[in-house]
Write a protein that binds this ligand. Sequence first.
Ligand code: PAF
Length: 299
Amino acid sequence: MSPSGSPGFTRGGLTVHREPAELARVTRALRATGRKIHLVPTMGALHRGHLELIRRARRDINSVTVVSIFVNPLQFGPNEDFDRYPRSFEADLAACEDAGVELVFAPSVEAMYGTDPQITVHSGPLGEQLEGATRPGHFDGMLTVVLKLLNIVRPDLAFFGEKDYQQLVLIRRMVRDLNLDARIQGIPTVREPEGLALSSRNAYLTEEQHSAALALSASLTAGAHAGTGGAEAVLKAAGEVLATEPSVKVDYLELRDTELGPAPAEGEARLLVAAKVGATRLIDNALVLLGSPGVSEQA
Ligand code: PAF
């Protein structure tokens, strides 16, 4: 049992740790035996997108995969869905066990943050744009918990989905700007057959909202196909698709470069969309090749 009294437990081949110091000790010992440590940070409610991150993390047979399951209060605003965010801990553990995960880290909020945390990460100007414009403080909270996870686990590689593209760019930026040791691996978005990007928040959608939400990925596909015509053509094509679904309330549709600076005249760019469908806010993005024939990636 750890000093603060919250015991971990073992289930089949899986060990669940509750205390940061305990997990840090275990990963340090594993590293000393020559194993690589791979980290998959999640907020639980695991779906096929998370399982793809886990699958990629486990591809290196010399590695041990740590999946963290922690709904991080710091990255939710006061009027956001922290309390009703889907939680399915038992099912998540079963999914991790089936996927061959060796270590799960599932701390309480108190174990993670202590009683009087004072220092957080500031996400800078990029953290105030796109998602950050409607979710002030979200990226500060997200980067703070990711930095803590990287410090606790000290992974050789950490895996994040491209669905949260701005999150991925900011994490890479934090690693670079703060001289962190970890390497960050982005993994392409997993989609439903009809195109909707998998997200734990899809669970909030009614059947009707779910079919309206398909407009997001369809708009990205239309935008990507218009890439040869340049930025204006991309935004026009994507916007036209979104306009066909009046129940989809678009927050932003933007074309940026791959680091989320201004869009280039040609070459690789990222098309990003955020919209509310009912009370549910959804985001999606796709790579677009500007000014060249062909489509690099379909949403
Ligand atoms: O993408 C998520 O699920 C979360 O933002 C993360 C990276 C696990 C941090 O809480």
